[in-house]
Design a protein. Structure first.
Lengths: 359, 299
């Protein structure tokens, strides 16, 4: 009785979410209901992709306690795999006018869903190549080594022109992604990681974060678990990169420099190292602010005066915010707590004025 | 390759190596004392260059004075960064300070973009270093700055070693680097010593930045990023925490980089990757670097 009621309630919530997404995505146009504006939808797409990226970085940096700075490199791999496997042969021929594309890839195009999984897998595979040597290092050395690997990946992408078109980048990636893809990926990532972290593997990750020596003494294979965490994180980074490639439709190697990693790191730190829902929350806030703060960079023409915009001010604000958060509020928004339905209910009960129940 | 060409490359390699050494010293000193990769160190290079640029362009300062002003301002900023972004976190986990350092680095770079604009600017050269002022030796022409850089580096290195080895402050620095807490118990004003370390490192970075801009006279707000990273790698390669290690590491890295591009032009696109490969190789094969001493793992 109790169970069926909860199930029924959950089904209702799910149906509601599906309806809202369908409306926002513009799928209800057929029956005469307009969707949300394309600008808003684009921001939500970015929010969701950033959430995937932040959660994946949080798995290694927050939950396993291994400070990795290689996210941009892994995203680049995912983005390039997605781009190369979805761009149409005609467009490829046009793009690779300097050096022809490697033959087998020329006519190969696959549907988006398997490509996305493949992007993740290829990236994950590369992460093993990086992780096997790098994960022997600790702390800041690991950070600088992964940063180095990311830069090497980027330079290879820039120089292997037969595969990547070099510095010119790839244009015309089919804009397949919509709210279903991005929100779906974010939701899948969230639930998959939540379950992973509740499993014995997840507890092993956290014990490695808390105290490596103690974890080892308890019989946890440090290297295996670090590598697993690194693999899953990179898989998701690759998927995130693929989604980003399809959303932006144009990618080039310069996009994937260290500032991209910085942006994800900012979200992770702001949301709280060790909180999935914190990462999601911070991804939404940072992405929204990134767009909202465009007003400080653009000129404004009032009737009697012109206010000059200051290009670059957004990143000043964000880097200042990062330093401030680290110094004054190192736990971020959520620390290592999670937002749960029960917790929200309790909070609401506390905040709302008490109703006297008629006896 | 004709011998004259080789000598030309060698001269460039030596001056690049000297520049790397100069900046690597700052990284190694800070790491030795605080166990912190001071990400913002590379950006001080950029700042020093811009102070000279504006000092001459707007305030019409004479050459020597603009350099002195630039060194003073950069030194001050180095101290301010330590005071505001690192000292409050001294007891936090090391990765927390590292995140703060990354944040400060981005802050300086983006402030640079806002204040100075993103367009590269031509760096003003004094007359005796002008592009036409090359010295002719046999069939090769070497710019004067290429000679000046190693000489200045050697002089500064000598001064630095004197400070570290012969003065009381230097002795205190070595004590703090060896054991932070014991040094404090022995009555050393640790905060002052850390500030002094940052001051010395930043001053060297300023000189490095000014000479860098004389050698490559185009400055932009992101110019410190790559050299900064490479100089840190040089410090690790030589053995982090060790001043002579940083010098040797910077020198080898600079020479190797130029020579690889000179002898293997086919892979010159990977020039920047080379430093990272050295870094990863060093960390895996000999994490203490060329002349570093073994640091035991504390449980």
């Amino acid at each position: 009785m109790e169970l069926s009621r909860t199930l029924g309630r959950r089904a209702l919530v799910l149906l509601g979410i599906i309806l809202v997404v369908a409306w926002a995505n513009g799928d209800l146009k057929l029956i005469g209901i307009p969707g949300w504006g394309s600008y808003t939808v684009r921001i939500i797409n970015l929010c969701a992709i950033n959430a995937v990226l932040a959660m994946s970085m949080n798995l290694v940096n927050g939950f396993t306690g291994q400070f990795s700075l290689g996210h941009a490199g892994f995203m680049a791999l995912g983005a390039y795999v997605t781009a190369l496997l979805t761009i149409s042969p005609a467009t490829k021929e046009m793009l690779f006018f300097m050096v022809p594309l490697w033959k087998p890839l020329q006519n190969l195009t696959l549907p988006f869903a398997p490509v996305l999984v493949l992007s993740g897998l290829v990236t994950g595979l590369f992460s093993l190549v990086v992780g096997v040597p790098a994960l022997r290092l600790r702390g800041d050395y690991l950070g600088i080594a992964t940063l180095g690997f990311a830069e090497i990946i980027r330079l290879v992408l820039q120089n292997v022109r037969r595969l990547t078109n070099g510095a010119l980048g790839l244009k015309g990636v089919p804009p397949v992604v919509n709210l279903w893809w991005t929100l779906g990926a974010a939701a899948l990532t969230y639930f998959a990681l939540r379950n992973l972290l509740a499993s014995s593997y997840g507890r092993a990750f956290k014990s490695i974060r808390e105290n490596e020596t103690a974890a080892q003494a308890m019989g946890i294979d440090l290297f295996k678990h670090k590598l697993l965490s690194f693999f899953i994180s990179s898989f998701l980074a690759g998927v995130g990169g693929g989604l980003l490639a399809s959303l932006l439709t144009t990618i080039d190697p310069v996009m994937f420099k260290f500032p991209l990693t910085f942006q994800v790191l900012l979200i992770v730190v702001l949301g709280g190292m060790g909180s999935l829902s914190g990462s999601v929350l911070a991804a939404a806030i940072v992405t929204y602010l990134m767009e909202f703060l465009r007003i400080v960079e653009e000129p404004h023409y009032l009737s009697f005066m012109t206010i000059r915009g200051i290009p670059g001010l957004r990143m000043v604000i964000f880097s200042l915010a990062l330093v401030m958060v680290v110094i004054f509020y190192p736990r971020g928004l959520m620390g290592d707590n999670e937002i749960t339905l029960a917790g929200t209910g309790a909070l609401l009960k506390k905040l709302l004025p008490k109703r006297r129940v008629a006896a | 390759m004709p011998i004259s060409m080789f000598l030309q490359h060698l001269a460039n390699a030596i001056s690049l190596g000297s520049l790397y050494s100069l900046v690597a010293i700052g990284y190694t000193m800070v790491y030795g004392i605080l166990r912190l990769i001071n990400f913002a160190h590379g950006d001080l290079l950029m700042l020093a260059a811009y102070v000279v640029y504006y000092g001459q362009g707007i305030f019409h300062l004479p050459w020597l004075i603009s350099i002195v002003v630039s060194i003073l301002i950069t030194t001050g900023l180095g101290i301010v960064v330590e005071r505001s972004a690192y000292r409050p976190l001294r007891d936090s986990p090391r990765t927390t300070i590292l995140i703060s350092a990354i944040g400060v680095s981005f802050l300086i770079e983006n402030l640079g973009l806002v204040l100075f604009g993103g367009r590269p600017q031509p760096f003003p050269l004094p007359r005796f270093l002008d592009t036409g002022s090359a010295t002719q030796i046999g069939s090769i022409a070497i710019e004067n700055i290429t000679f000046a850089i190693p000489v200045v580096t050697l002089l500064l290195l000598y001064a630095l070693l004197y400070i570290i080895n012969k003065t009381k402050t230097g002795m205190a620095m070595r004590a703090v680097a060896r054991d932070f807490d014991t040094a404090r118990l022995m009555g050393i004003d640790v905060n002052w010593i850390v500030a002094a370390t940052f001051a010395l490192g930043s001053a060297l970075a300023a000189v490095g930045g000014i000479m860098w801009s004389m050698k490559f006279p185009q400055i932009n707000p992101l110019m410190g990023m790559m050299p900064g990273m490479k100089c840190f790698i040089a410090a690790v390669f030589g053995g982090i925490g060790n001043v002579s290690g940083a010098v040797v590491g910077g020198f080898i890295l600079g020479v190797a980089e130029i020579m690889i591009v000179a002898f293997l032009p086919a892979i010159s696109g990977y020039r920047d990757a080379f430093a990272f490969i050295i870094l990863i190789g060093t960390l895996l094969l000999r994490p203490t670097g060329l002349i570093g001493e073994k640091v035991g793992e504390k449980v």
